[in-house]
Ligand binder design. Structure first.
Ligand code: LLP
Length: 464
């Protein structure tokens, strides 16, 4: 079932339409909302519930209670817009679903590392999955608890290890024998012991895009599960290493439970084998990867994910860690863009918008499908449009073949852009990166300023 009032998927009519409209704090936003402003909930046959926070209210798309046109007027376009209520609700849903077992949600901030997003998750008690010294610095700058951070990634440098040891992180997810030795040496120089998990590669196929599959034997990630006992024995003997847990992350945008089950069963067998040898682990980290609905994917319900996991963990001594990224923030963000020109042609019609592949690279990189909705849907007949940006590459597209009724100057919302959107943006073609706005009820907060062109070459210099 598609929700009422939208021409496409991705943004959805709000749940309930009976609460009065509160003052809108965005300049010029004449709010005519009659919605509760609660995060919009999407549920379609065979698909998981995801909370987006975007809804059509009285003929205009709103982020919670703020009309997107008001955000465009105030902050300009292109602009990423996130819903606080949606992110919080998605986090709570995880926390509640896993309530039966001791657990820690470690938000994978590579999905969206804006400080405001980290701040609101930190306030809810979230831990963090970091993959660089930069991400650690973000967690600390946002007031997050570094003692709830796990550090993943195949190429941690000595400097990054030092910073993480200094911050007292929960665990290093070690991905190779060489990294283990380097970590032992770095911790030794600092007079510390480094808490470690091995990221094991369970050799399962997550049935997702090859670029985001990570748990196959041929992948660069993790250590082969068969090598893990030897590595754990080595780690247990190293003076500056404290064996703490085990970790997997099999891929991203996973839409079925079977690969998770297969991987978890293998990992738990290994945990028991290690315990029998006297190497007791304190936690099992199942990584992230649960997919969201971009188009019509039959995604996994969190309740089903939890129902699969909790029996495997009940009565066990290890704490459960998970590292969701996309599922917490993906649906909770849109990329707001304006049509610069319409260019109908003999073969194809192009709608040239002010956002491009440098702002949202997922369509170009993964052939990803994102919903595109007009902010003020028109009732005139639609045409098929190619939604493209101004960049000088044919791969610069946001969407192909969308039936829309468009006019020059119209605003469009590219949906499900809250994860791997802004964070993967670049300055290609010397395009300043977009601003980011976080909406909280009837308020829109600028949480990242738009870059200026001079900022882009501020670090460059002419020859002497
Ligand atoms: N943990 C680790 C170790 C990871 O490498 C990742 C994502 C996650 C957790 C979070 O995965 P999630 O729950 O978000 O699926 N740029 C791609 C996605 C790359 C994912 C990389 N690793 C995209 O736009 O689809």
């Amino acid at each position: 079932m598609r929700h009422q009032g939208t021409s496409q998927t991705g943004v959805h009519a709000a749940v309930g339409r009976n609460a009065g409209c509160l003052t809108n704090r965005v300049a010029g936003a004449g709010c005519a909302c009659t919605s509760t402003g609660a995060a919009a909930v999407q549920r379609t046959t065979g698909g998981a519930r995801t909370v987006s926070g975007f809804a059509l209210i009285d003929g205009e798309l709103c982020a919670e209670r703020v009309p997107l046109s008001a955000i465009a007027d105030e902050f300009g376009t292109p602009c990423y817009v996130y819903s606080r209520a949606a992110i919080e609700q998605n986090y709570r849903e995880y926390d509640t679903a896993l309530a039966a077992v001791p657990h820690l949600v470690c938000y994978a901030l590579k999905a969206n590392s804006n400080l405001a997003v980290l701040d609101l998750l930190a306030r809810l008690g979230s831990g963090f999955d970091i993959v660089s010294g930069g991400e650690l610095a973000r967690v600390i700058a946002a007031g997050g608890d570094a003692r709830k951070a796990v550090f993943s990634g195949v190429g941690k440098t000595a400097a990054e290890m030092e910073a993480a040891l200094e911050a007292g992180i929960l665990c290093f997810n070690v991905e190779s024998a060489a990294e283990l030795e380097a970590l032992d040496a770095t911790a030794g120089q600092m007079g510390r012991r480094a808490p470690v998990s091995f990221r094991v590669n369970p050799d399962v196929d997550p049935q997702t895009h090859p670029y985001i599959s990570t748990g196959l034997r041929e992948s660069k990630f993790g250590v082969p599960i068969g090598d893990a006992p030897t590595l754990y024995r080595r780690a247990a003997r190293l003076p500056h290493i404290a064996v703490r847990g085990i970790d997997i992350h099999i891929g991203s945008q996973i839409t079925t439970l079977a690969p998770y089950r297969e991987a978890i069963v293998k990992v738990i067998a290994l945990v028991d084998q290690l315990a029998a040898e006297g190497i007791a682990l304190a936690h099992v980290d199942l990584g992230g990867g649960l997919g969201i609905r971009y188009r019509d994917e039959a995604t996994v319900e969190l309740a089903d994910y939890a129902a699969m996991i909790t029996p495997l963990f009940s009565g066990r001594r290890e704490q459960l860690l998970i590292e969701p990224g996309r599922r917490l923030v993906g649906a909770a963000g849109i990329l707001l863009t304006r049509v610069i020109y319409l260019k109908p042609g003999p073969q194809r019609n192009f709608a040239i918008v002010d956002a491009a592949m440098n702002d949202l690279i997922r369509p170009a990189l993964y052939d990803a499908w994102h919903p595109v909705d007009p902010v003020r849907p028109r009732h005139s007949p639609s045409r098929e449009w190619q939604i493209v940006g101004p960049i000088c590459e044919s791969g610069d597209f946001l969407a192909h073949d969308r039936a829309l009724s468009l006019e020059q100057g119209d605003l469009l919302a590219v949906g499900a852009a809250g994860a791997y959107g802004f964070v993967m943006s670049s300055n290609y073609n010397t395009r300043p990166r977009a601003c980011e706005v976080l909406v909280d009820g009837d308020r829109a907060h600028a949480v990242r300023k738009r870059e200026s062109v001079t900022m882009l070459f501020a670090g460059e210099s002419l020859l002497p």
